[in-house]
Design a protein around this ligand. Structure first.
Ligand code: 8YV
Length: 320
């Protein structure tokens, strides 16, 4: 019996690629550049399954092509805003993602960005590297202490809760959050607020953990940013499109908020020049899940989904 054909759109950690080779008739992308449209179309027409990442847009056209053969899209990543789930459902194409395995790594990075922003790490390291450090001064480069401050979590799912847990247990922060539902079994105190506005107005650090796309696009609007305290910070490890980027840039430039830490951007890999020029924001190139352990676990979970699909078993993490 011939092996299922799988196309993998980007390079993955070696252990994951080895496993893929053992299980499937697999086509890799050794150049590791985003696949041009024609190669994406060929992948969907020739393979039984496609293993995608955030750099590939899987749209209605691709999913509904009469020549499409692929029956499963296994996304490497928990966010699936790169895939048209409605069209996948209509076309009968199964979609899976990689939840849980990246929760800790992403929450760790949210905390790193919170520390970087509140302790002015980018601004001060830049000054040092540029030879502008004139020696210790007791009143220079003062940041904000976290103890007793309030972290406001927008989107209290797995990563939001893991970030909140760290903020409370490691730094003694009070946790408030906005989420449609209330989680059942928290092992730390957290207070729910009934609107995003309430959280943004009250928090000293706002950390974003809602999915991208759809109704969440632009959720962190100019109006909502305007509710933040002038001493508050914004952290985004979720998706760039949930923030009105020009509005955030204006608030940072005019010091209407104290600073920000961003790992994601509206049009990756483009980062607005004005954002790059600002000193009160730390900018990272979407590395939330970028540890060898986590990226390997994500790849293995994507393969688990493919393996289950081709064996006719229920998928460990199916989203559509
Ligand atoms: C992934 C992410 O590495 O899982 C997600 O949703 O944002 C990242 O951690 C990225 O999406 C790769 O597809």
């Amino acid at each position: 019996m011939s092996l299922p054909r799988v196309t993998v759109t980007r390079q993955l950690p070696p252990a994951v690629e080895d496993r893929l080779r053992n299980l499937f008739d697999v086509t890799f992308n050794p150049e590791d550049e985003p696949l041009p449209r024609a190669r994406m179309e060929a992948a969907f027409d020739n393979a039984d399954g496609v293993l995608t990442t955030i750099t590939e847009t899987v749209d209605r056209d691709l999913l509904t092509r009469p020549s499409r053969k692929a029956r499963i899209v296994a996304n490497f990543g928990v966010g699936v805003n790169n895939i048209d789930l409605e069209a996948a459902k209509e076309a009968g194409v199964i979609v899976s993602n990689t939840p849980d395995v990246l929760t800790d790594a992403t929450a760790d990075l949210a905390i790193a960005l919170m520390l970087a922003a509140t302790r002015r790490m980018y601004e001060t390291e830049k000054a040092l590297r540029e030879g502008r450090w004139g020696g210790f001064r007791a009143t220079q480069w003062l940041g904000m202490g976290l103890q007793g401050k309030t972290i406001g979590i927008i989107g209290f799912g797995r990563i939001g809760q893991a970030t909140a847990r760290r903020a409370h247990l490691a730094f003694g922060m009070k946790v408030i959050y906005f989420n449609r539902s209330e989680p059942a079994d928290l092992d730390f105190p957290a207070e729910r607020r009934d609107s995003m506005e309430a959280v943004m107005a009250e928090a000293d650090v706002v950390s974003l953990h809602i999915p991208g796309g759809g109704a969440n696009r632009g959720a962190i609007s100019a109006e909502r940013i305007a509710l933040m305290k002038p001493t508050a910070y914004l952290v985004n490890t979720a998706r760039g499109d949930i923030v009105d980027e020009p509005a955030l840039i204006a608030a940072l430039r005019e010091r209407r908020i104290a600073g920000a830490g961003l790992d994601v951007f509206a049009e990756e890999p483009k980062v607005p020049a004005e954002l790059v020029s600002l000193e009160n924001v730390t900018l990272l190139p979407h590395i939330g899940s970028a540890t060898l352990e986590t990226r390997t676990a994500m790849g293995m979970l994507a393969v688990d989904n493919l393996e289950a699909f081709f064996a006719g078993r229920p998928l460990p993490s199916r989203v559509a």
